[in-house]
Design a protein around this ligand. Structure first.
Ligand code: FAD
Length: 389
């Protein structure tokens, strides 16, 4: 085991989208940065559907955020498919769709590409190395042992962030558990990202079909433990593939070529995302839209801000205390709205009849606003109705 005992300016834990973008931003501004990843191979195994809205959609989703160039200008070679619409199925099988121009990235190579960018910008990269925050420094284990002393530590280590725990910033929160198959030989609409709701298909969440090009798709289910009542996630997904009235026509001839699972925060940001010299970004900071589980764009926006604030704090141009405010401006309202919407929808999720009712009440454009974390009047009416029950 090689030793690594270093003093650096910025240490970033986790080389997912948040961490690599943070390390690149810090290094570009001249900070001595190190990016530490426990996986042997960045990006593998994948735990993601890879769906990302196009830039124009992102600008509408996060109107107050600056979309980093890394997110706006994703090279074509990492894009497996482009979608034109989002189609939503109610529990009884009715469909509504609205236009959402999206890109589906190959997360294995996309995450590597982001880490390469960080390396090119001057960040040091340690793979196969776990970092644990203890007593203000990072203890390394795995492929390297040793200690990293950093002026700023960015915890971008995902939904079960050890950095958040080490800095006493973790909060117990609502989380979705997801299982996803990559399937080949399916008969899908290659231009549509689809979501399926219903107590059987996806109790407390939704099932999805995301095209990866031609006849290949990511097919998954995200749900929450309180809703599945002892059912196994694998049984829920298998039943969606084999038995769902609409999905089975598209999927039952397919073969599973990869299995992915993971956790998605669904409760928004914790009360604090910074303590002393520790900043949290991405899933580690709950930066995920609770309405869709989409976290890649927010992780990259959050990571860029974290890296920039860290480097500027070191050069004395900004204070670390500015970080929560910068994040709140970029995505605070949208994240809060998405949690509020999730809470309203949660109250209906146990009943297919109520979900069908909500589905028929919301026109497609209001459904799109809801998914984006904007609260349309129709949803406010639903909330009032539920409050009166
Ligand atoms: C099944 C599934 C499907 C999804 N589909 C989509 C989708 O289609 N679109 C979308 O926008 N979002 C999707 N998401 C959410 C998305 O994957 C996350 O929001 C996104 O990856 C967050 O990026 P991140 O950099 O914050 O964290 P991560 O991508 O989780 O990266 C964290 C990194 O930190 C590393 N790490 C953890 N602990 C340590 C440690 N102690 N030391 C060193 N390294 C450590 C991990 O190995 C990992 O590489 C999905 C999630 C799941 C589970």
């Amino acid at each position: 085991m090689r030793r690594y005992d270093q003093k650096v300016e910025v240490a970033v834990v986790g080389a997912g989208p948040a961490g690599s973008v943070a390390a690149e931003a810090a290094a570009r501004l001249g900070a001595r940065a190190v990016l530490i990843e426990r996986k042997r191979e960045i990006g593998t195994p994948v735990q993601c559907g890879g769906f990302l809205p196009e830039v124009s959609e992102l600008e509408a989703l996060l109107p107050h955020a600056q979309i980093p160039e890394t997110l706006a200008g994703i090279p074509e070679r990492y894009i497996l498919a482009r979608t034109r619409v989002q189609r939503i199925y109610s529990p009884s099988g009715d469909a509504k769709e609205f236009s959402v121009r999206g890109r589906v990235v190959d997360r294995r190579s996309f995450d590597r590409h982001l880490a390469w960018r960080a390396a090119r910008a001057g960040a040091e990269v340690l793979v196969d190395t776990r970092a644990d925050l203890s007593g203000g420094s990072l203890r390394l284990s795995g492929g390297r042992s040793g200690t990293v002393e950093a002026q700023v530590i960015i915890g971008a280590d995902g939904p079960s962030s050890a950095t958040a725990r080490g800095a006493n910033l973790a909060k117990r929160q609502e989380a979705g558990v997801c299982l996803e198959y990559e399937m080949a030989g399916v008969d899908i609409d290659p231009e549509a990202a689809e979501m399926y709701f219903g107590t059987k298909a996806a109790p407390g969440g939704y099932a999805w079909i995301i095209p990866l090009g031609e006849d290949v798709a990511n097919v998954g289910v995200g749900t929450r433990p309180a809703y599945i009542q002892g059912r196994r996630l694998r049984d829920i997904l298998d039943s969606f593939v084999a038995d769902h009235r609409i999905a089975k026509e598209k999927l039952s001839g397919g073969e599973v070529t990869a299995v992915m699972r993971g956790v998605v925060p669904a409760g928004g940001m914790p009360p604090a995302i910074r303590r002393e010299n520790v900043l949290l970004a991405g899933d580690a900071a709950g930066m995920v839209m609770a309405t869709s589980g989409g976290g890649i764009p927010l992780a990259m926006v959050g990571g860029a801000i974290a890296g920039e604030v860290a480097a500027r704090a070191i050069s004395g141009e900004e204070s670390l205390a500015d970080y929560p405010g910068r994040i709140a401006t970029a995505m605070g309202q949208e994240l809060q709205n998405s949690v509020r919407i999730r809470e309203v929808v949660d109250r209906m999720m146990r009943s297919d009849r109520l979900m069908d009712g909500l589905f028929s009440m919301l026109p497609a454009d209001q459904m799109k606003a809801t998914m984006r974390g904007q609260i349309p009047r129709a949803l406010e009416m639903v909330q009032e109705m539920m409050d009166r029950r």
